[in-house]
Design a protein. Structure first.
Length: 207
């Protein structure tokens, strides 16, 4: 990833790519700065249709960066609360969610704002930030590819679940300036969700 690192320079940038794992390919994301690779994530949750093309990742790990401790999610990963919670428990302050999230294929609405997948995309972004009291940066593809129309709706969400900046359905940049650590401290001042969990009463998943 030397080329991506060189382009990132002083920025911290998360980029999606198809990773060649030898006998298997992964839907993956890498986080880079001018200093090199900071973190890597392989998409864990594969929806129907992707399993023929990709193998699943098997972990969620946060990592330190100049912008704060970051954890990455890819697309369908954020549908599962456990994904973001695992990263938050690993100390993630920022969740970087990279997506190619389309409008509903089976029940397409005349306008994107009325689309079921549009509502879910925003709901998941805000819920994952609020329930873990972290900052979430969500990117998404725009435009049309084949029979799919992509939502856009890139955004930055604060640790209280408030959308701080967004692009709606058009391509662009959602820009928000904030002190990440200070915003998280403020959100956790009275109610600290991670500290107040009751792991002893939660049901474990059955395989």
């Amino acid at each position: 990833m030397p080329y991506a690192s060189a382009l990132a320079a002083e920025m911290v940038v998360c980029v999606g790519f198809c990773e060649d794992g030898g006998d298997v390919r992964y839907n993956a994301a890498v986080c880079v700065s001018g200093d090199g690779v900071l973190g890597l994530h392989r998409k864990v949750h594969l929806p129907a249709g992707e399993t023929a093309a990709y193998g699943p990742g098997d972990r969620f790990d946060a990592f330190d960066t100049p912008a704060g401790r970051i954890g990455m999610l890819i697309d369908y990963d954020k549908t599962f609360p456990e994904s973001a919670r695992s990263l938050a428990l690993d100390g993630a302050q920022i969740l970087a969610c990279l997506s190619a999230w389309p409008t509903s294929v089976t029940n397409r609405a005349p306008r994107i704002a009325q689309d079921r997948q549009s509502r879910l995309f925003d709901l998941y972004d805000q819920a994952r930030a609020a329930e873990n009291q972290v900052v979430l940066a969500s990117s998404n593809q725009t435009g049309v590819m084949g029979g799919m129309r992509f939502l856009g709706q890139a955004k930055v969400v604060g640790p209280g679940g408030d959308v701080l900046a967004r692009t709606w359905s058009k391509a662009g940049l959602a820009v928000a300036e904030l002190d990440v650590a200070a915003e998280i401290d403020r959100a956790r001042r009275i109610l600290h969700h991670l500290d107040e969990r009751r792991a002893d009463v939660y049901r474990e998943a059955r395989g």
